[in-house]
Design a binder for this molecule. Structure first.
Ligand code: TNX
Length: 779
C-alpha cells in the first residue's frame, strides 16, 4: 500500500466529516431583542477546544465569563481555559471600557476570524453581549447535553447595542400557587436570556405567605398552607371541613431566598420583593388575627377571595410594628433599592366600620378611607426611606394622594401611569391590555383555562410604554414595563412557562429595542429562531399564536372575510362547507367573498401538517349583513371590536366578552343605525347582550328598536326589557328580539339604555356600568 492510498481516504474522511457537520453558515443573523446596529462581515470565528477566554479580574466580570463558560461547556463539551494575552489568536476577550454612551447596560461586540472582543462599561453590558454572542451560534448551543457534529461558528460582525428602558421586568405570583426554587431559577434563566433585568417576586397574597420571617414563625407555619382544593374551579372552592388539614402550599426559607437573589445577580437581574398591604392580606389573619379590624381568625383561602374585605387595620399601632419588623427582615435579605408594598384592591368596608380606623381618620385629619390608605402607604414609605429604600405600589396608591417618593406600577390601564408621571413620579407600565400574561393568548375554546382576557403575542408586541399624553420631560419618568404572571389559574411550572413565553419574547423586544426598530414581520422571522432555542432548552412555550383569526372586512363596498395568523409565512388552508381543513383544501390568498350563511374552518399548515387546531366561525347571513352601519357614540376604546360593522357581520361573540367580537360601552348607551340600502320586508330585529356582573357588565335597562322608511320617517317601534336580572351570577348572553308584523322599511335604529351606575348592592356601587352588545340580526 503506498502513502497516497492512506492519505487520500483520510482526507476524504475529514472532508466528509466536516461536510456533515451542522452549520449556521447559510443562516442570517437573528437576535432577539433586536440590537441597535449589526454589520455582518465575511467569515466566521470558530469556537473549538483551543479557544481561550480572557476577562478582567473584577468580580462581576469574572462571573459573566464563568456563565459563558458554563453554557459553552454543556453543549460543545469544551472547557475553555483562560487566556493570557489579548494578542493570542482564537480568544474571546471580555473587556471593561469607559465609553459613556454605552451606559450601564450597553455593549459592543467585534467578531473577526481569530478574535472576539466584547466591550462594555459594566458587567451588565458584558452579560448582554454574551446573550447576543450565544444567539449568533446555532440554537444547539442551548442544549443541556453535549451535541456532536456541529460547527460552532460565529459570523464575523460588529454589533452596537443598548436598551431603550432601564426597567425590563417579569413578575410571578407565587401565592395563588406555590412554585419551587428550581422553577424560580429556570424562570430567571428565561428572563436573563431576554436581556430583561427585573424579577418581581409577588411573595404574599390571600392564598399563602411565602417568605420565612424569623420573628413571626406562624407566617410560614400557618399562613403558608391551605386545604387542597386543586380539583375545583378557582371561583367555586369550598371552605375547609372541620378538622381538615391544610396541606397545600409552601414557602421559601431565607437561605433559599439568598440563593435565588445570588443566582439572579449573576444574571444581572434584580429581585424586587412584594409584600402586600393593606389588602390582599387575609392569609396573615390565619396566623395573626389580631392585625385585622375584626380580629377574627381566618383560614388561608384555597381559592378566590373576593371582595377582599379583611385587610390590615389602619388604626392599630401593632400592625405598623408588625410590618416594620417584617420589612426589616425583607430589606436585610433583598439588596434591591426598591420594595414593592402592593397597595392594590383593598376593599375598605371594614375600615368604615372599625372604631380604631375611624379614630385614626379623625386624629390625622383625613377626609375618608381613601386618605386613610394614603396615610398607611405614606407611613410605610417613610419607614422604607429611612432605611435607604424606595417604595413601589400598584396604581391604587394614587387614590387619596401619592406618597412623596413613590414609584407607581400602572396596571389598570395607562391612566394611573400618566397621572403619576404628570405629578413627577416614576412609573412602571404594565397595563392589563398588553402585559397580563395570565390572560388568554389564543382562542379560549382550545386553550387551557385562564382567568379571562385576551392578550395575544401581537398585542404584546404593539405595547408602547410611553403614552402620547406625556411630554418629553414626563416621559422620562417611565422607567419601562413588565409582564405580570398571576397564578390563580396556573398551578404548575410547565403551565407558568406556557403563559410566559413567547409573550415574554415580544415584551423583551418592546422594552429593549428602540421604537423605530420594532417591526412585527422581522420579529416573527426571528421568533422562529428563538423557538428553536426554547426547543433546545425544553421550554414549554405556547403555540397560541398559531391560531387563525377569522374576521370580516368591507372591501370595495363588499363583505369579505379575512384570515390571518400571527405566525410567519405558514400557509392557511380553509374550507367553507364545515369539513376539517386539510393540506389539500383551498389555500388562503386574499379576503374571501362570502354571500350566504357559511361555516368557515381554517388552520395553519407546516409541511402539510395542521398546526395545533383549526379555528372555526359560523357566519349567519341575514338582511343586515355587510350593510352600511353607524354608531352615534363610539364604544369604549378597550372593547371597540371592529366598530359598527361588527354588529352586522353575521358573526356572534363567544362567551368571552374580550374576544374581539363584542362591543363594550362604559356608562354610555348603544345608539346604532343600519341602512339596508333599499326598502325590505322586515319580520324581526334582535340584538345579543352580555351580562357578567362580577365584571361590572349588566343587561341594558331597555332596548328600543325602530324601523324607518326611505324618508327616514319612523314607521314602527318596539321596546323590550331584558329577562335576566343583575342578581344572577356568571355569564348570561340574552338575545333580545322584537317582532314586527311584516313591515317594509329601510333604516333600523337600535337604542340600548345602559343602567349607567352600578347599583348599591354591588362591590362597584356608584361606578359606571358596562353594556356589551353583538350582532343586530335583521330578518
Ligand atoms: C388583579 S394586578 C390583581 C391580582 C390578580 C390579577 C388577575 C393587581 C395589582 N391585582 O390580584 O391576580 O388581577 O389578573
Amino acid at each position: 500500500m503506498n502513502k497516497f492510498s492512506i492519505i487520500f481516504p483520510a482526507i476524504l474522511l475529514v472532508f466528509l466529516f466536516s461536510c456533515t457537520r451542522k452549520t449556521n453558515e447559510l443562516k442570517p443573523i437573528s437576535i432577539i431583542p433586536q440590537p441597535v446596529t449589526i454589520e455582518q462581515q465575511e467569515g466566521y470565528f470558530e469556537i473549538n477546544k483551543k479557544t481561550r477566554i480572557i476577562y478582567p479580574i473584577e468580580k462581576n466580570a469574572k462571573q459573566v465569563a464563568e456563565y459563558l463558560k458554563e453554557i459553552l461547556k454543556k453543549s460543545t463539551g469544551y472547557e475553555l481555559a483562560p487566556g493570557s494575552s489579548n494578542n493570542e489568536k482564537n480568544t474571546i476577550i471580555l473587556n471593561i471600557t469607559g465609553k459613556e454612551e454605552l451606559g450601564n447596560e450597553g455593549y459592543e461586540l467585534k467578531i473577526v476570524k481569530d478574535k472576539i472582543i466584547l466591550s462594555a462599561n459594566k458587567s451588565n453590558g458584558l452579560f448582554y453581549g454574551v446573550q447576543s454572542l450565544l444567539q449568533l451560534l446555532l440554537a444547539d448551543i442551548f442544549n443541556q447535553q453535549q451535541v456532536e457534529n456541529v460547527k460552532w461558528n460565529i459570523p464575523c460582525c460588529n454589533i452596537y447595542d443598548k436598551p431603550r428602558f432601564p426597567w425590563r421586568g417579569m413578575h410571578l405570583d407565587v401565592s395563588r400557587h406555590f412554585f419551587p426554587v428550581e422553577f424560580i431559577k429556570r424562570y430567571i434563566d428565561l428572563i436573563a436570556m431576554h436581556k430583561m433585568n427585573i424579577f418581581h417576586w409577588h411573595l404574599t397574597d390571600d392564598n399563602g405567605w411565602r417568605i420565612e420571617i424569623k420573628k413571626y414563625p406562624l407566617l410560614t407555619e400557618a399562613a403558608a398552607w391551605r386545604v387542597d382544593r386543586e380539583d375545583m374551579h378557582w371561583r367555586e372552592v369550598t371552605p375547609p371541613e372541620p378538622g381538615e388539614e391544610a396541606t397545600y402550599g409552601g414557602f421559601y426559607t431565607q437561605e433559599e431566598i439568598r440563593d435565588v437573589i445570588a443566582y439572579a445577580a449573576q444574571r444581572q437581574i434584580t429581585v424586587i420583593p412584594e409584600i402586600e398591604m393593606p389588602g390582599h392580606t387575609s392569609e396573615v389573619f390565619a396566623a395573626y388575627p389580631e392585625l385585622s379590624c375584626r380580629g377574627e381568625k381566618l383560614y388561608v383561602q384555597p381559592g378566590s377571595y373576593w371582595p377582599n374585605t379583611d385587610i390590615f387595620c389602619a388604626g392599630n399601632e401593632d400592625v405598623f410594628t408588625f410590618l416594620e419588623d417584617v420589612l426589616d427582615e425583607v430589606m436585610e435579605l433583598f439588596p434591591a433599592k426598591y420594595i414593592h408594598i402592593g397597595g392594590d384592591e383593598a376593599t375598605k368596608q371594614e375600615w368604615e366600620k372599625c372604631p380604631k380606623c375611624q379614630d385614626r381618620i379623625k386624629s390625622e385629619g383625613l377626609k375618608n378611607e381613601h386618605e386613610l390608605q394614603s396615610y398607611f402607604i405614606k407611613r410605610i414609605e417613610k419607614y422604607l426611606n429611612s432605611k435607604g429604600k424606595l417604595l413601589i405600589g400598584w396604581d391604587e396608591i394614587l387614590e387619596g394622594g401619592l406618597a412623596p417618593e413613590a414609584t407607581v406600577m400602572s396596571w389598570r390601564g395607562f391612566q394611573g401611569g400618566i397621572d403619576a408621571a404628570t405629578q413627577g413620579h416614576d412609573v412602571i407600565m404594565c397595563p392589563t391590555s398588553h402585559c397580563y400574561f395570565d390572560y388568554y393568548q389564543g382562542n379560549p375554546d382550545f386553550e387551557p383555562l385562564a382567568i379571562g382576557g385576551f392578550t395575544s403575542l401581537k398585542k404584546v408586541y404593539s405595547f408602547n410604554p410611553i403614552p402620547e399624553e406625556l411630554n418629553e420631560v414626563q416621559s422620562k419618568h417611565i422607567l419601562g414595563g413588565q409582564g405580570n404572571v398571576w397564578t390563580e389559574y396556573i398551578a404548575t411550572p410547565e403551565h407558568a412557562e406556557y403563559m410566559s413565553v413567547p409573550r415574554m419574547t415580544a415584551l423583551a423586544e418592546v422594552l429593549w429595542s428602540e421604537k423605530d426598530d420594532h417591526n412585527w414581520e422581522s420579529f416573527q422571522v426571528r421568533l422562529q429562531d428563538q423557538l428553536s432555542r426554547f426547543d433546545q432548552l425544553n421550554v414549554n412555550y405556547s403555540k397560541g399564536s398559531w391560531k387563525v383569526n377569522i374576521f370580516p372586512i368591507m372591501e370595495d363596498g363588499k363583505y369579505k372575510v379575512e384570515l390571518e395568523s400571527e405566525q410567519f409565512d405558514a400557509p392557511i388552508y380553509y374550507t367553507l362547507d364545515g369539513s376539517e381543513p386539510l393540506a389539500e383544501s383551498d389555500i388562503y390568498q386574499s379576503p374571501l367573498m362570502i354571500d350566504g350563511s357559511t361555516i368557515i374552518k381554517a388552520g395553519l399548515f407546516v409541511d402539510g401538517e395542521l398546526q395545533e387546531y383549526a379555528s372555526e366561525k359560523e357566519i349567519v347571513f341575514h338582511k343586515g349583513v355587510g350593510k352600511n352601519s353607524y354608531l352615534k357614540e363610539p364604544p369604549s376604546r378597550k372593547y371597540p371590536a371592529r366598530g359598527a360593522m361588527s354588529l352586522v357581520d353575521g358573526l356572534k361573540g363567544s362567551d368571552n366578552y374580550r374576544d374581539g367580537y363584542w362591543l363594550g360601552f362604559q356608562g354610555t348607551d348603544l345608539n346604532f343605525e343600519v341602512d339596508l340600502g333599499k326598502e325590505e320586508t322586515i319580520n324581526t330585529v334582535g340584538a345579543s347582550f352580555f351580562q357578567n356582573t362580577g365584571n361590572w357588565i349588566f343587561m341594558p335597562e331597555r332596548v328600543t328598536f325602530e324601523i324607518l322608511d326611505s324618508d327616514k320617517k319612523m314607521i314602527a317601534k318596539n321596546i323590550l326589557i331584558p329577562d335576566a336580572t343583575s342578581e344572577v351570577k356568571g355569564t348570561i348572553i340574552e338575545d333580545i328580539k322584537a317582532e314586527f308584523d311584516v313591515i317594509v322599511g329601510r333604516y333600523i335604529k337600535v337604542h340600548a339604555k345602559n343602567i349607567r351606575t352600578i347599583p348599591d348592592w354591588h362591590e362597584g356601587a356608584g361606578s359606571k356600568s358596562w353594556i356589551f352588545v353583538d350582532e343586530v340580526v335583521v330578518e
